[in-house]
Design a protein around this ligand. Structure first.
Ligand code: MRU
Length: 345
């Protein structure tokens, strides 16, 4: 199961805005297509955005000049253009910067050779992302016990990564191992990535689940119905503060109060060690209509109602039980242990 494909130098992706009603595959034919697909959340989820942007750059680069001077300028502009699509998920910047480094490394070569090397690197990022998901699943499953009720937020599976996912990779591994786990899925307002996408993935994988409205999570915890929470991340600062889909912080506060284990699952590419704490993470604000109009169809507020629509929030590290990465499980003190595990490789 996957949500993008790069084949014969063409890029195809599953349009996530139409799920679960339609499984519509589209082709990204230009940089503009790529940037719009990310901005409009046709392609979404931190790791997948990184992989997709890398391939979108390969698509755009096909028409760039063979004169090295002009090529370098076009490449630089394209990177900045793709970076402007969404601000929070650091994987986008990480993947594009990796391609920029390839261009620098190959600067003594012809433009055709540089282009080939860039495509190879994009493919390597893609392949690597699949492996990272598998490893997060293997580490995370050790934290799950038979019969657990797991709560998750937003979407973190094969629609959000190139592999099995981050938090959902752990859940899929636990389902494979025990068969009797059950998942509570936060619907994840305003864009309903939980209700639309996570529930759809769990159906595909035959994992038992129940969708809840975001504001029901605390009540479930109070009733002792949640054993553990697994969420993904869009950017993790050097001290462990974690940006993820809006509503994650609510969950973490409630989990802390009710003494429920709260785990973040993310690959090394989601860490931003250049940022000291969560207060420096840029938080995307999105269109007010996403709150006013459900699924682009039904208006639920008065016309032009005043709205505030931050797409992410930051969970302070002190509320996180541990961070499951592809390199192992990181526990507090985070500043020291993140540096040890992430920076040492
Ligand atoms: O706005 P989105 O749908 O791109 O937000 C996605 C999330 O917040 C995910 O939880 C995050 O990327 C986790 S990684 C798979």
């Amino acid at each position: 199961m996957y949500s993008l494909e790069f084949c014969n130098n063409r890029l195809y992706y599953l349009d996530q805005t139409q799920l679960p009603l339609k499984e519509n595959w589209r082709e990204c034919k230009s940089l503009k297509d790529g940037c719009c697909a990310i901005r409009e959340l046709q392609v979404r989820g931190a790791p997948l955005i990184g992989v997709f942007a890398a391939y979108a750059l390969c698509i755009g680069m096909k028409n760039f000049s063979l004169s090295q001077k002009i090529f370098l300028k076009q490449f630089h502009n394209a990177v900045n253009y793709l970076k402007s699509s969404r601000p929070t998920a650091v994987n986008l910047f990480w993947a594009l910067e990796r391609l920029e480094k390839v261009v620098i490394r190959y600067s003594a070569n012809t433009v055709s050779q540089i282009k080939k090397a860039v495509v190879q690197e994009a493919k390597a990022i893609h392949k690597e992302d699949i492996q990272l998901c598998r490893r997060m699943g293997e580490y995370g499953v050790k934290l799950v016990k038979k019969g657990y009720n797991i709560l998750t937020h937003c979407n973190t599976g094969f629609l959000a990564t190139s592999g099995e996912g981050t938090a959902l990779s752990v859940i899929f591994s636990a389902h494979k191992k025990y068969r009797d786990i059950h998942v509570y899925v936060d619907e994840s307002r305003p864009l309903l990535q939980g209700a639309r996408l996570t529930a759809w993935e769990l159906v595909k994988k035959k994992v038992p689940y129940t969708v809840i409205c975001d504001d029901m999570a605390a009540y479930l915890m109070q009733q002792g119905k949640v054993d553990v929470i697994f969420v993904g991340a869009d950017r993790i600062a050097a001290n462990g503060d974690t940006a993820n889909k809006i509503g994650t912080y609510n969950l973490a506060v409630n989990a802390f109060y009710h003494k429920v284990l709260f785990y973040v699952v993310a690959p090394f590419s989601t860490f931003d060690l250049g940022i000291s704490s969560g207060k420096d993470i840029p938080i995307e604000e999105r269109s007010h209509d996403e709150v006013r109009i459900v699924f682009g169809k039904a208006q639920i507020t008065p016309k032009n109602a005043h709205v505030y629509n931050p797409a992410f929030d930051v969970t302070p590290a002190k509320l996180i039980t541990a961070i499951i990465t592809d390199k192992g499980i990181i526990r507090p003190p985070y500043r020291k242990n993140i540096r040890k595990v992430i920076a040492s490789n």
